[in-house]
Ligand binder design. Structure first.
Ligand SMILES: [Zn+2]
Length: 372
């Protein structure tokens, strides 16, 4: 009985904290009481507890309709930090964020992936440097999230397969054992989808994650649909060209073989940045390849749309360059669509630049907020 009351009180405090967390410029006690349908004394007491725990602070005065302006409350965003790390075939990238996903520091290292244990060692030593270089407070570090382009067996902590990294049936331990903080490892596309869901903008969407390889995530009612084998939304291996280009998975004609960044970096021997610069400069060969990428991308997106009938959100580092070509991509997708005249359902994600890292960091932030 006593426990129930304590838990109920905690739930009220938690809801109040979330209300403050989600308010744009702070929220007054009066407004909280109205939104939550609870009494002002209850609000007073909980606000006092949240202030005492340094979880919230007094913010700006809130505009009021008559009477004197009231104090607004905001969250203390520096109370916790999380680091997201992305491992890809060519890079290891770091992003540190506060509990509102505000970026506190980034780092990009050019490292060709060799093995899990080598990458694990590099991550562990670079992480400490990264923390120092950005003056991050280790006591506030909630955890370190790592994203990898791989299908992961979370029950047994095994990387089942990663065509992009050329890894099979490897224990995750080698990657994380040297990191002295709480660690969370997940698929890169899944994490990027999680960041989009965490932003609270949408609860139903398909997330198409475009980096060297292609992955994704499907969210329904705000929850990820994982599939029976944790392989839902492996969009990279949808066949968009039967008998076509060979994919890293060994099959032919996969979306990844046509639209993964490895295609235009490997084929031309340039970086993604260089590719898009030359494309903008009007290089005809690059244009031909890019049109082929877009056309196959439109096919893949159309398939996702036909199955899912919801927004298709683009993310991953390739999507950083896609904005100028989005109208064309939408047009191409619309041409393939039986029911729709436009491709406006194709959108750029909120965190399209670093969604994977944001999502892996948000894992710890969500946990932190849940426990308030
Ligand atoms: Zn494939």
């Amino acid at each position: 009985m006593g426990d129930n009351i304590t838990e109920r009180r905690r739930m009220t405090r938690n809801r109040m904290y979330r209300l403050i967390y989600n308010s744009k410029n702070g929220i007054s006690k009066q407004q909280i009481a109205e939104d939550m349908g609870c009494s002002l004394p209850t609000v007073h007491q909980n606000i006092a507890e949240l202030l005492e725990a340094d979880l919230i602070r007094q913010g700006e005065l809130q505009p009021s309709s008559g009477g004197r302006p009231a104090t607004g409350y905001v969250t203390n965003d520096e109370i916790g930090i999380a680091v997201g790390i992305s491992v890809s075939a060519k890079h290891i990238r770091f992003t540190a964020v506060d509990i509102k996903l505000k970026v506190l520091g980034t780092l990009k290292l050019a490292v060709d992936f060799a093995s899990m244990s080598k990458t694990g060692k590099i991550i562990a030593s670079e992480l400490e440097k990264f923390i120092d270089d950005n003056s991050l407070d280790r006591r506030r570090l909630l955890g370190v999230g790592i994203t990898i382009p791989a299908v992961i067996d979370k029950v047994n902590d095994i990387i089942m397969i990663s065509p992009t990294l050329n890894v099979k049936n490897t224990n995750i331990r080698e990657l994380v054992e040297k990191i002295p903080y709480p660690v969370y490892v997940d698929n890169d596309g899944t994490c990027a989808g999680a960041a989009e869901a965490f932003s609270g903008r949408r609860s139903d969407f398909a997330y198409l994650f475009m980096e060297y390889g292609i992955g994704g995530a499907i969210y329904m009612n705000g929850k990820k649909y994982a599939g029976l084998n944790n392989r839902s939304a492996e969009f990279g291996h949808i066949c968009v060209h039967p008998g076509g280009l060979k994919c890293s998975c060994g099959k032919r004609g996969c979306l990844e073989a046509y639209c993964g960044a490895l295609r235009f970096t490997k084929e031309l021997g340039v970086s993604v940045d260089e590719f898009f610069k030359e494309l903008e400069n009007g290089d005809k060969d690059y244009e031909e390849i890019w049109n082929d990428v877009l056309s196959h991308l439109a096919s893949g997106i159309n398939i996702i749309r036909m199955i899912f009938d919801g927004p298709v959100i683009l993310g991953g580092f390739v999507s950083e360059y896609i904005e100028p070509y989005l109208p064309k991509l939408r047009e191409m997708a619309a041409e393939k669509n039986t029911f729709e005249k436009d491709g406006n359902y194709i959108l750029l994600g909120k965190y399209y630049k670093n969604g994977g890292m944001m999502g892996s960091a948000s894992h710890f932030i969500e946990k932190f907020i849940d426990e308030i």
